[in-house]
Design a protein around this ligand. Structure first.
Ligand SMILES: Cc1cc2nc3c(=O)[nH]c(=O)nc-3n(C[C@H](O)[C@H](O)[C@H](O)COP(=O)(O)OP(=O)(O)OC[C@H]3O[C@@H](n4cnc5c(N)ncnc54)[C@H](O)[C@@H]3O)c2cc1C
Length: 502
């Protein structure tokens, strides 16, 4: 017994000692190990699963019940097909959504487990007497430019790329380089809307103006647009002027140029290399040339653009390439791009020009709308927030957008400098978390300056930031519920930011 107990004690002591040594050795090995946890590197790459839709972020692979493409012209057949789909969705309690290119990066055109409809039809009829055109809502801008170009006409306002749908552009109320205009919604004269209850209505500033203002920038939540009447302008031969200035002087310089009244298209750029991050600015303004005869056909991206795209992509994690790109753009560009170009050629640029083809990374856009008098402070805010993240910023383009006093979810209640940023993001959990943190910080700083952020990008704003940036959001939700009490028209933007306000 005693022996046994001694043996037991020895055994226990030995076991404790031996065990302690083993644990110690194990812990020591672990503590001295330099291998970090790999959990955060978990990939967010899409799986390409069946019956899913994704958007341009590639981070929103989402199951849908059904996705159909409809090609009918505006008219009875199109309406009948939509009503069948809408009735089925309503009967089954599923969401319904109409989308176009599905580039918006927060699933704005994705109804989770619902019915998704894509329009595919480029119908367009011009009326030169009213300087407007009737267009299928699903027409892409590339189709619109081709049709208008043949008649010497040009879109009045559109985004910087031509892949997007016309109604989609109205529903996000996009803007671009054309000046001195407000967002694209300002150029829409009327449209036909198939309401959530299946009724068809003509909507304009005179007929149902409250629905006009809800639908402009309303992310497809008020019904399906099935026909549109949009303003156009005469296509022009333009010549560029390039001016290098300090970023802090950019706003008065830019606004001054636009207010002078002879500029047709304009944008700005800032350098993004970390040594002189956001210190230097370049302003490019396009004015009409004296000779407006025999304009060439809209060309779009050419060899120069391809070379620029190569340099652009080389910037990824390469500060030298960022320097070279800035030199390319601010010093070489003005010499080799000094020739004339038509307005339509400038607008006719596909997104694919800048695609990097790397499946482990994705391009993420941000956009901030800043009151011009606070622009220098915005530059400082960006210098404090962006380089301390580990996101790779590849570009910032600056635009002018005139006040929008119509849409309920307006991002430019006064004139704004629109700051469009492009980041290349690793598709992992850690990158997504870092990106969210950085975006929240940038939104916070922009809100403090009296500006706001753009809604079609990643859903990284906090709910309180959304409400501060879009103070009429509750009014939007109340009006939407009156029009669509069953909440038939839904998408991931509704699910993320608006459902909680019901
Ligand atoms: C690379 C890139 C560049 C961009 N550049 C700019 C820019 O320069 N300026 C700018 O302002 N924005 C820009 N954006 C944002 C872009 O304008 C929007 O995301 C736009 O909506 C994309 O068009 P889409 O056809 O992909 O729309 P989708 O994402 O398919 O749809 C957008 C919204 O419109 C609704 N919708 C579409 N068609 C209809 C319809 N017929 N009836 C009712 N609702 C409808 C959808 O439900 C959805 O809510 C850019 C985006 C990307 C990815």
């Amino acid at each position: 017994m005693a022996y046994g107990s001694v043996r037991g004690q020895l055994t226990r002591r030995a076991a404790l000692f031996g065990g302690g040594a083993a644990v110690g050795a194990y812990a020591g090995a672990k503590l001295s190990s330099k291998v970090p946890s790999l959990v955060a590197t978990q990939s967010l790459q899409p799986k390409g699963a069946a019956d899913t839709l994704n958007d341009a972020s590639l981070l929103n692979e989402t199951p849908v019940f059904r996705h159909i493409t409809i090609q009918e012209n505006p008219g009875d057949a199109l309406i009948a097909r939509l009503r069948i789909e809408m009735d089925e969705a309503r009967a089954e309690g599923r969401p319904f959504n109409v989308g176009a290119a599905r580039h918006s990066m927060g699933g704005h055109a994705i109804p989770e487990n619902g019915h998704a409809v894509t329009f595919d039809n480029g119908l367009l009829e011009t009326d030169v007497t009213t300087l407007s055109y009737r267009v299928h809502p699903g027409a892409r801008w590339s189709q619109v430019i081709s049709a208008l170009d043949l008649q010497g006409m040009s879109p009045k306002v559109m985004q910087s790329n031509n892949d997007f749908g016309v109604a989609a552009t109205f529903c996000v109320n996009a803007h671009g380089w054309p000046v001195p205009h407000g967002p694209m919604g300002a150029t829409v004269k009327s449209f036909f809307l198939l309401r959530p209850d299946g009724e068809l209505m003509r909507v304009s500033r005179d007929e149902f103006p409250e629905i006009f203002n809800l639908t402009m920038g309303g992310y497809g939540l008020t019904g399906a647009i099935i026909d549109m009447e949009v303003e156009m302008v005469v296509n022009k031969r333009l010549v560029p002027t390039f001016q290098n200035i300090s970023s802090r002087d950019f706003a008065p310089f830019f606004i001054g140029a636009i207010e002078a009244g002879d500029v047709n298209m304009a944008y700005g750029r800032l350098n993004v290399d970390r040594d002189r991050f956001f210190e230097d600015a370049l302003m490019i303004t396009y004015r009409e040339e004296g000779d407006q005869l025999a304009l060439p056909a809209a060309s779009g991206s050419e060899a120069m653009s391809d070379a620029a795209a190569l340099v652009f992509r080389a910037q990824l994690m390469n500060e030298t390439a960022k320097d070279i790109r800035w030199w390319f753009e601010s010093s070489l560009g003005p010499r080799i791009n000094a020739g004339d170009v038509t307005r339509n050629s400038l607008l006719n640029e596909p997104v694919v020009t800048l695609d990097d083809g790397d499946p482990t990374r994705t391009d993420i856009l941000h956009e901030y709308f800043v009151p011009p008098v606070r622009f220098a402070e915005f530059v400082t805010a960006c210098q404090e927030v962006i380089p301390s993240s580990y996101q790779e910023m590849l570009n910032i383009t600056l635009r002018y957008v005139a006040a929008d006093r119509e849409s309920v979810l307006a991002y430019a209640p006064g004139p704004r400098i629109a700051c469009v940023m492009l980041f290349s993001q690793e598709m992992t959990l850690r990158a997504e978390a870092d990106h969210r943190r950085m975006t929240e910080a940038l939104i916070e700083r922009t809100l403090e300056l009296g500006g706001t952020y753009y809604l079609p990008y990643r859903p990284h704003a906090r709910a309180d930031q959304f409400l501060r940036g879009y103070p009429r959001a509750e009014e939007f939700v109340a009006a939407k519920l009156e029009l669509d009490p069953d909440r038939l028209f839904r998408n991931m933007f509704w699910d993320t930011y608006l459902e909680g306000l019901v």
